[in-house]
Design a binder for this molecule. Sequence first.
Ligand code: HEM
Length: 221
Amino acid sequence: MNRLLALWDTTVGKKVAMAVTGIAMVLFLVSHMISNVLIYTNPQHLDDYGAWLRSFGPLLWVARGGLLTLVIIHIVAARQLTVRAHSARTAAYSELDLEVATYAARTMRWGGVLLVVFIAFHLLHFTLGLLPPGFDFRPGEAGRNVMVGMQTTWVAVFYAVAMVSLGAHFWHGIWSTFQTLGLNHPAWNRSRKVIAIGLAILVAGGFLSIPLGAMLGFLHP
Ligand code: HEM
């Protein structure tokens, strides 16, 4: 435990914490996105996904607590790394790294805030059915709830904007993970760029297709 705390105190330790919590969240999101796009084959598949989640009983609460802990560790480490980077910047950046770092500084912080707001809204929307006012939420009918919920234009637009932000966050996050793992040899720059962008487009694009599909009229109850 003491060793873990000592590691957490170092910059590398915080970067590792961000990479590990990020990878765990990516795994959750890949499975969540796949479950969601099954709505195109049959909305009932999404109901089955919800029922499957609830079948874990109290274990689901352990998983929810775990997910929340991952988000908190990820945010705290990000915040502390930003503070450290501002007070003492010693790393030498290559031109490519500088390009990514500048992009990241501009978008990561506000993108991260938007994602936190999105998650809070999302849970109140599709898990608890409390938002937006007047939403005809039916417990246990996740597929139908998604199709009905996305018919409200501002909700679909909000989801779409949040998913674009998720894609940008993913892109930089995956890129940084390669960096943390030491996979930053110039010869691999092209491949890591392609992998980071490819994964971001795949996961965020799968999610994005749902609000877009509703706005374009091919996903409806
Ligand atoms: C278009 C995009 C998305 C759709 C349509 C969607 C749909 C859903 C639905 C229907 C549920 C409720 C399942 C049930 O309880 O029956 C759910 C739960 C959840 N979603 Fe999403 N989701 C989307 C994107 C996301 C994203 C991007 C995140 C995280 C950043 C996320 C995180 C969660 C979490 C944490 C839960 C709660 C799981 C639980 O503990 O019960 N979702 N989502």
